[in-house]
Ligand binder design. Structure first.
Ligand code: RP5
Length: 164
């Protein structure tokens, strides 16, 4: 059976930012579970989820959080699964607070951190990780890259036909 991806958010206020991530994972045919678990408000649930994620059939964990964004790091502390962090944009510091909280992990507990609000890239990176042991998913990623390249080429062709 295909491994699942987990999308964990620190708050329901992160959901709108994370919708493209969930949609992209589904578009690749990856089974997804989405949960709200907070490193600070529900730390026991964070430990429970991450400690059992591997035996529960997950292949990767995506963790989105803002401000003092410790969620990805805390989840990573309790699992050997790869954890991808999505720092959420904040009103006070534009997400720099989330980014630094997430990316500056101490030696031994890595978190693969994407850009502020980089939900879509988190899904693509997760798919690339899971494709290491899933050839069909690898083919879908090849197609995805080819269609992106075709789109750019089309834009360039269109530009060449315009008088600038
Ligand atoms: C973080 O604090 C969440 O991930 C969210 O990005 C931010 C604000 O949370 P709420 O106050 O909206 O619940 O824990």
């Amino acid at each position: 059976m295909s491994k699942k991806a987990a999308v964990i958010m620190g708050s329901d206020s992160d959901l709108d930012t994370m919708r493209p991530c969930i949609a992209r994972l589904k578009a690749f045919g990856i089974p997804v579970e989405v949960h709200i678990i907070s490193a600070h408000r529900t730390p026991a649930a964070a430990e429970r989820f991450a400690s059992s994620a591997k035996e529960n059939g997950f292949g990767v964990i995506i963790a989105a959080a803002g401000k003092a964004a410790h969620l990805a790091g805390v989840l990573a502390a309790y699992t050997t699964l790869p954890v991808i962090g999505v720092p959420i944009k904040t009103s006070m510091m534009g997400g720099l607070d989330s980014l630094l909280s997430m990316v500056q992990m101490p030696k031994g507990i890595p978190v693969a951190c994407v850009a502020v609000d980089g939900a879509d890239n988190a899904a693509i990176l997760a798919a690339q990780m899971m494709a290491l042991s899933d050839e069909a998913l690898g083919d879908k990623l090849e197609q995805f890259k080819a269609s992106m390249a075709a789109e750019v080429e089309l834009k360039d062709q269109k530009l060449q036909s315009e008088a600038l």
